[in-house]
Design a protein around this ligand. Structure first.
Ligand code: ATP
Length: 234
């Protein structure tokens, strides 16, 4: 579904991603593991067009997407839920969700999509008229994910969806990620909770200093000495 080939990304003169390649297959959960500053967010931003790579190629469903504007990439079927959610605090829950359906196709079918989002996140239906700033941390994250679904993505990119959440919401986020995959949405995920992530995802790669050092199915990564020592504290 997604093929990233030999991407190099810079901030000014500082290189953040080095000759990086990966593939995400349709209907899988693919995770990026790595410590702070490894380049995970930069990679996601490069895929969704928020950051332009200096070289390399990114294809989504066989079409080149690097160099396209982010809103075109959303229309092609990639939705990016950024770290922290970035929701509009002074708008209602319903208005935030509708903002996710701004492409002309998604806008036409927004009513049906909204009902689906409310089925996945009943709390958003209960709170649809509330200002987003009145939501709890967990509800805020649900809203960010719900807004991401309003564009009817084929691939959903999630940047640390459980960051800072209470344990009950962390469980809920992982449950929802699984249910999105069951509905046919492919997931590209960054998560700090490495064990939980490797137990949930199908495949993952480990990013260190802008390089991919491991790329494998999660069962193998859970057994890897490097992953166990560096990321699982074993
Ligand atoms: P974290 O988990 O802390 O978000 P990360 O793995 O997502 O880390 P990135 O945020 O992608 O890492 O950062 C990769 C490198 O790029 C770091 O050295 C960071 O300081 C640098 N960087 C990130 N964003 C910018 C920016 N806007 N301008 C300059 N340098 C940046």
């Amino acid at each position: 579904m997604l093929e990233v080939n030999n991407i190099n990304t810079f901030y000014g003169k500082a290189q953040a991603l080095f000759d990086l390649s990966l593939r995400v297959e349709e209907s899988e959960i693919f995770a990026l593991i790595g410590s702070n500053g490894a380049g995970k967010t930069t990679l996601l931003n490069t895929i969704s067009g928020l950051v332009t790579p200096a070289s390399g190629n990114i294809e989504f469903l066989g079409k080149r997407i690097n160099g396209l504007a982010p809103h075109i990439i959303v229309e092609m079927g990639i939705s990016h839920v950024p770290e922290g959610g970035r929701i509009f605090n002074e708008m209602t829950v319903r208005e935030n969700l509708e903002m996710g359906a701004y492409s002309s196709h998604a806008w036409k079918i927004r009513w049906g999509t909204l009902q689906q989002v409310y089925e996945i996140f009943p709390v958003l239906k209960e709170r649809e008229k509330q200002l987003a700033r009145t939501l709890s941390g967990g509800e805020h994250q649900m809203l960010a994910m719900g807004r991401g679904l309003m564009s009817r993505p084929k691939l959903c990119i999630l940047d640390e969806p459980s960051y800072g959440l209470a344990p009950k919401y962390v469980e809920e986020v992982f449950r929802i990620i699984n249910s999105l995959r069951e509905q046919g949405i492919t997931i590209l995920l960054i998560e700090q909770n490495v064990r939980h992530t490797l137990e949930t995802a199908d495949r993952a790669c480990v990013l260190e200093n802008g390089h991919i050092v491991l790329d494998d199915i999660c069962d193998n990564l859970l057994q890897s000495d490097h992953v166990r020592k560096a990321y699982l504290g074993l």
